[in-house]
Ligand binder design. Structure first.
Ligand SMILES: Nc1ncnc2c1ncn2[C@@H]1O[C@H](COP(=O)(O)OP(=O)(O)OP(=O)(O)O)[C@@H](O)[C@H]1O
Length: 605
């Protein structure tokens, strides 16, 4: 049932280029039929020779030449037909592949960020690259192969039945056994499960292998070698065991299948010998017999082809299932009539949020009844112990996820009533983990505003304190960075991301640990730039280093998903609560770092 729907999905994809694929199918069948013609030519030549074996003078040379030419021409025509078939199917396949990739890329871009955080990048990459390639294999190779592997033996067997039904029957028996074995090999539930296990084991091995290699610095530094290596090793062992299991499962039926299908004449010879003695015209029977012996090996080919199509089909169906799993993933719902806010105060009203989709009676909410207003032109800082929910609050503003209860508004407009593009234009976000693209520094900064001039880019870089180090690079703003390019330190990468946000100049700015990597001097400079940047903007900052947000108009202390304290730095210190404790801890960590015997000050730090 499942296999059927996967096949029909593949057929739906393929039907986008129906015309070209029909041409490919017709020429594939034609080419296979033309390949049979030389056998018929040989049959007629042998027949002419054997019929005149007593008096060779009676051999008609024209007949021999005629069939010789027919064989040659049909071979040449068969090659041309294969060429046309392959060209048509490949052109169709690459067009379909292109459209499928564009469709996938477009769909992926419209999925919620939440989907991206829960789905490994490697997995998506594999689907876009490998699974789509498999669809190419299906369209370019398997559809034409499948047609010729079914139609040609049927026609050919029909012709053989017409010549001698008994010999044809002897030829059919091993072919039928072969096909039955094939459905047993690939069709059984056990086989399907084994194949699925094999696929998963292979994926696990690849994932843990990549993780092992990528995590090598951490593995070396933190001495977690043994544990990590064990995960990888056990994945390799599992893969080995499953592969051996599959080999065990298939070795018998596959060997029988291969032997039976490759030696069709073994079944024809005894029947032929039995029949020849009792035949009235033994000479004409002998000629037919020779033809059967000649063609039996060529009939093995389509059956073997069917087997490869069968095994390939399963792989393709698996890949197609993954493609479908992305395409059916719901995209972020866009409003019919997007609303555009005219002011930029951010409001969180009675927000309850959980990452678990199943919201039940005793839901474990990550955010519980969060209420606050971040006013335009002010800095609102989110502080609090790790895991409290600060990043979640910031990400909800960008609709990474939709909340289960409550309302988030910008200038009074609920964010789900703004179009995604509008929302992205309104909010700038500097992530903890900065992603830089493999491109020039200029292009990476300009991503914030495609129409910005180079002087705007440099201006933004200066404000984010990265101009100096960029100038020192050999190619300056044209230096390639990102994966495969010049390596930047964490702090440098973060400043590039800040420059990007400065250039974007969105009215709302979210900074998640934006200054985490910067050294003291640069942090100060960044803050100066930020002070300028935040004028008239709504700013949400998540920071662990409390000194960076002392000037914030509003500080929200988040603990276990709730806002436990709220106010300015001085107001919060006076409360003598959690913020005060965090501040004390911050001060002592600073003095400890400096190695100065200072008493923790609550006001002069
Ligand atoms: N994608 C996710 N899926 C499921 N749970 C998550 C996800 N992201 C965060 N959480 C959980 O939500 C809670 C709040 O996490 P969040 O990252 O918002 O806290 P935080 O205050 O920003 O922490 P930190 O200061 O360490 O960055 C934590 O318990 C965390 O484990």
């Amino acid at each position: 049932m499942k296999g059927k729907s996967e096949l029909s999905n593949l057929m739906t994809i393929a039907s986008e280029k129906k015309g070209l694929l029909t041409v490919a199918g017709i020429f594939s069948v034609l080419s296979s039929l033309l390949q049979i013609v030389p056998f018929i030519a040989v049959y007629n030549i042998v027949k002419e020779l054997l019929e005149n074996v007593q008096h060779t003078a009676g051999i008609d040379g024209d007949v021999l030449v005629y069939w010789g030419i027919v064989a040659l021409v049909s071979l040449a025509a068969s090659l041309i037909a294969i060429y046309i078939s392959a060209m048509s199917s490949h052109i169709a396949a690459f067009h379909i592949l292109y459209q499928l990739r564009v469709r996938l890329a477009d769909h992926i871009a419209r999925l919620s960020m939440g989907y991206h955080t829960k789905t490994a990048t490697g997995e998506l990459k594999k689907i876009i690259e490998i699974s789509v390639e498999k669809v190419e294999k299906f369209i370019a190779h398997q559809i034409p192969d499948l047609l010729s592997a079914i139609i040609v033996p049927l026609l050919f067997v029909g012709y053989l039945f017409w010549l001698d039904w008994r010999l044809a029957l002897a030829l059919m028996i091993p072919m039928i056994i072969g096909m039955w074995l094939q459905t047993k090999i690939y069709g059984g539930a056990k086989g399907q499960q084994a194949y699925r296990d094999y696929q998963y084991a292979m994926e696990e091995m690849n994932t843990t292998g990549v993780e092992y290699v990528r995590g090598m610095p951490a593995i070396k530094v933190f001495g977690i070698k043994a544990a990590r290596f064990l995960t990888f090793k056990s994945a390799v062992t599992k893969y080995r065991d499953i592969s051996i299991g599959i080999t065990d499962l298939y070795k018998k039926p596959y060997s029988i299948f291969f032997i039976v299908v490759s030696s069709l004449y073994t079944f024809v010879i005894p029947v032929g010998i039995l029949l020849v003695s009792g035949h009235a015209n033994s000479q004409s029977f002998a000629i037919t017999f020779i033809l059967f012996l000649l063609v039996s090996p060529s009939l093995s080919a389509p059956v073997l082809k069917l087997m490869y199509v069968g095994s390939g089909m399963r792989e393709i169906a698996e890949g197609n299932k993954r493609i479908e799993s992305i395409l059916t993933e719901p995209v972020v719902a866009e409003p019919d009539q997007p609303r555009v806010p005219i002011s930029y105060d951010v409001q969180f009203k009675n927000i309850f949020f959980t990452y678990d989709n199943a919201v039940g009676g005793d839901t474990n909410y990550v955010l519980k009844n969060v209420n606050f207003e971040a006013r335009a032109g002010e800095i609102t800082a989110l502080v609090g112990p790790s895991g409290g929910g600060k990043s979640t609050i910031a990400q909800l503003l960008l609709r990474f996820w939709d909340v289960q209860q409550g309302l988030i508004t910008i200038g009074g407009v609920p964010i789900n009533e703004m179009g995604t593009e509008q929302l992205m234009d309104t909010v700038s976000f500097v992530f903890q983990d900065v992603h830089l693209f493999y491109d020039s520094i200029e292009a990476n900064i300009r991503m914030g505003n495609e129409t910005a001039s180079i002087s705007d880019v440099i201006h933004a870089a200066k404000r984010a304190c990265c101009h100096e180090f960029i100038e020192q690079l050999e190619d300056g703003y044209q230096t390639k960075i990102g994966e495969g390019g010049t390596h930047l330190s964490g702090g440098e990468a973060q400043r590039i991301a800040i420059a990007r946000a400065i250039l974007k100049n969105a009215p709302i700015l979210v900074l998640d640990e934006a200054t985490a990597y910067a050294d003291a001097e640069n942090e100060k400079k960044i803050q100066q730039g930020m002070m300028e940047l935040v004028k008239g903007k709504t700013v949400l900052i998540i920071a662990h280093r409390l000194s960076t947000i002392r000037m914030a108009e509003q500080i929200l202390v988040i603990n276990k998903g709730e806002i436990v304290e709220q106010g300015s730095h001085d107001e919060l210190l006076r409360l003598d609560g959690l913020y005060q404790k965090l501040w004390q801890a911050h001060i002592s960590s600073t003095t400890w770092k400096l190695g100065v015997q200072q008493s923790a000050s609550t006001t002069n730090a």
